[in-house]
Structure formats: C-alpha cells, structure tokens
Design a protein around this ligand. Structure first.
Ligand code: SOE
Length: 380
C-alpha cells in the first residue's frame, strides 16, 4: 500500500455503521494500493457521534458536515445521511474537489439529482453510489453468465423486493430510524428505497428500461409522526408493482412492498433467455440458480450453484470454500471495487450518473402510477 486515502463519513445511522465496517476491514482482505484512513466521522448529534467514533476508531469528529468538507485532510466524502440531504452535501463535496461515495438512492427525485451529477462531472473526481447488491457473488456470477452469452437473447426480467416491517399501524413515521416512511425526507417509499435496487440490477444485467406502467398503494393512511406526536397522513408508496419494456425488447415485471408478512428483505430476480435462465433470491444469497437449455434432455434441469468457491466473484478474498459471506462483505466488496478504480483510474459502476438513470426510472414509475398510464423514461 503506497497511498493513504483519508475518509470523512457523514451519518452515524445504520448505513454509517455498515460503511465504517467496510473502511475498517478493506485492507485486511483486499490488496489495494490505497490504505484506508478513518480520518473523520460527522453527525449533528454530538453524543451519538462521540460513542460511534470511539467504537469504530474514527480519528476525529465534526458536528457540521460543511466544516468536514472544508478540511484539507479529507480526500473522500462518504454520505450516509437521509435522502433529502444528499443534494447539498454532494454538491458541496464536489465543489471542494472530494472523491464521493454516496449511499443509495441518488436523491429525492431526478430533478434533485441532476445538479448533483453536473457538480461531480465538473469536478472530474471519482464517484460511486453504494448499490451493494451488485457485489453479491451470486449476482456478479449472473452478470458474468449473461455477458458470456450463455443465456442468449433475453426475453424476460422478473424482480421482487419484499419486506414486512411496516405492517403494524402502530409503527410511527419519521425520526432517526423511520425517516424512510416520510416522503419529505425519503422522496418516495418502496420505489426509491427498494425498487431502485431492482432497477439498478436489471439495467446492469440487460440494459436500460424504455417505458413502464405502474400501480402504487398506501395501505395505512395515517401514522404518528415522530417529533410531532400526532397522526399525520402517510405520503409514501407502501407497495408498488410495474410492467416494463426494456430497450432491447425484453419484458419485465417488478414488485415491491413492505407488507409481505414473513419477508424481511427478499430481493429476487429471474432472467429468461433463448438459451437458458438465471435466478437469484437474497434469502439464499450464496446460491445462483442456472438453467442451460443445451444440456442433454435426460439431465436437463435447474442447477444450484453454491457461489462460495474461490473461483467465484470476490470469494478468493474471503474464507475457504463453503464458509459464506453476507451483508457486511457485499459492502466491503463494493468498496474494494471503488478503491481498485482509484488505483487504476477506471470508473466504478454505478457512479452518480448511472444512479440518475435509475432515479429517472423511479420517477417514471411514480408518474405512471399517478396518471394510470404508460410512461417513457427520460435519460440523463
Ligand atoms: C430499508 O428498507 C433498507 O435498509 C434499504 O434502505 C436498503 O437499501 C435495503 O438494502 C435494505 O432495506
């Protein structure tokens, strides 16, 4: 390791913890040229910040993100704050010439995201959005199989992203833990939070979506707003389903909800092509299902590939075959790709512009649901 990379991370919530762990572990498992230096952690809650910094080994703290961005000893700004803050932080960080790693989704909506992309393009510095599921070994293997032409021309894409944590009407909205339920902070509900992952994966696998026809529903109309301590209208989409036409002619179906009793974080895809299919379910994340139509009929069938051999994507960096990896490691894999890109000068996908394409797709989904009509997706 020859170069030090001084990291400044904003936000001590769930994702701040996940990313802190990635900075802590990266150099232990991946041989990259840059050494991660956990230089500064920032959060407006001073008490929480102190405990977090001590626990994760951050060298210094700031309660004002503008001060952290202004510091000369910060090379990379990592944004782990709620969606309504991404715009201002990213633009300020880009103007200060920082490398940017931003937690998904890009922004509240595409209009909010466009100036962010303009700012990073003007700065010319590397940037990335943490769509971590691309770095699940089984998903990366699916990408390889598709790119090698093994399933041939793609006809169908099928995605589900299901959770159940908002089923109870007693779950409040807003505040540190539940801002994802408040559209003023999150931008949207399952569309921006969960379907953004599915859209990112789909376009990575088979290319851009051209148009969508969607429906959304808000099942529980009022919830207590934290801080206000009274019931207020719920303005997010609790569930969303849409049909999609891809630019390459494939058809897609996408479904997401936080009301699928028993589903904690089920993220699936299935891709059907002329020569075969691949299928994945995050609930069994080390497995990739693969069907090869060219197998002899007598033995033809779905095979389950356990993607924990050292030959599988990312796995040579982890344990011996059969000893699996999970959520924390997918983020370390993501960081590894980004830092390798800093070493070699290659762009890491998705960058902010790629994430803007996903944001345009999310906007089209929500507009389509509102207007009850097909919507064409704009391009960045
Ligand atoms: C909450 O719904 C959440 O943490 C999302 O924000 C993440 O992106 C997803 O991966 C898991 O669920």
């Amino acid at each position: 390791m020859t170069k030090k990379l001084n990291v400044g991370l904003i936000g001590c919530g769930f994702m701040g913890k996940v990313h802190s762990n990635a900075y802590l572990k990266l150099n232990k498992f991946f041989d990259v040229e840059h050494e991660m230096v956990m230089k500064c952690i920032c959060d407006s809650n001073a008490e929480k910040l102190k405990t977090f910094a001590e626990k994760w080994g951050w060298e210094s703290t700031e309660t004002d993100w503008r001060k952290m961005i202004a510091r000369d000893d910060i090379d990379l700004v990592d944004v782990c704050t709620p969606n309504n803050t991404h715009h201002d932080i990213v633009i300020a960080a880009a103007q200060a010439g920082k490398i940017i790693a931003l937690e998904k989704p890009l922004s509240m909506d595409a209009e909010d995201g466009v100036p962010m992309v303009e700012a990073v393009e003007k700065s010319g510095k590397p940037n990335m959005v943490w769509f971590n599921y691309r770095r699940v070994p089984a998903a990366a293997l699916a990408k390889q199989i598709i790119d090698e032409g093994r399933i041939g021309r793609v006809f169908h894409y099928r995605a589900k992203y299901l959770q159940d944590y908002t089923i109870s009407p007693d779950v409040p909205q807003g505040g540190d833990a539940l801002w994802r339920l408040d559209a003023k902070v999150a931008g949207s509900g399952v569309t921006g939070d969960l379907l953004a992952h599915s859209i990112d994966m789909a376009t990575w696998f088979i290319g851009p979506i051209e148009s969508v026809c969607a429906m959304t529903e808000t099942f529980i109309k009022e919830r207590v707003m934290q801080g206000k301590d009274k019931k207020m209208p719920v303005t997010i989409d609790d569930a969303c389903a849409f049909l999609a036409r891809f630019e390459n002619g494939a058809l897609g179906t996408f479904e997401s909800t936080r009301y699928a009793c028993g589903r904690k974080n089920q993220n699936t895809f299935e891709v059907n092509g002329e020569k075969g299919s691949v299928a994945f379910d995050l609930e069994t994340a080390h497995e990739l299902e693969y069907f090869d139509h060219s197998d002899p009929v007598s033995v033809r069938g779905w095979r389950t590939i356990q993607t924990w051999d050292s030959k599988h994507p990312y796995m040579k960096n982890w344990w011996v075959p059969g000893c699996g990896i999970g959520y924390e490691h997918w983020h370390i894999n993501t960081l590894a790709d980004f830092v390798k890109g800093l070493d070699t000068g290659e762009k890491t996908c998705p960058d902010l512009k790629d994430a803007l394409a996903t944001q345009y797709a999310c906007d089209a989904v929500l507009t389509s649901a509102k207007n009850k009509a097909w919507e064409t997706i704009k391009k960045p």
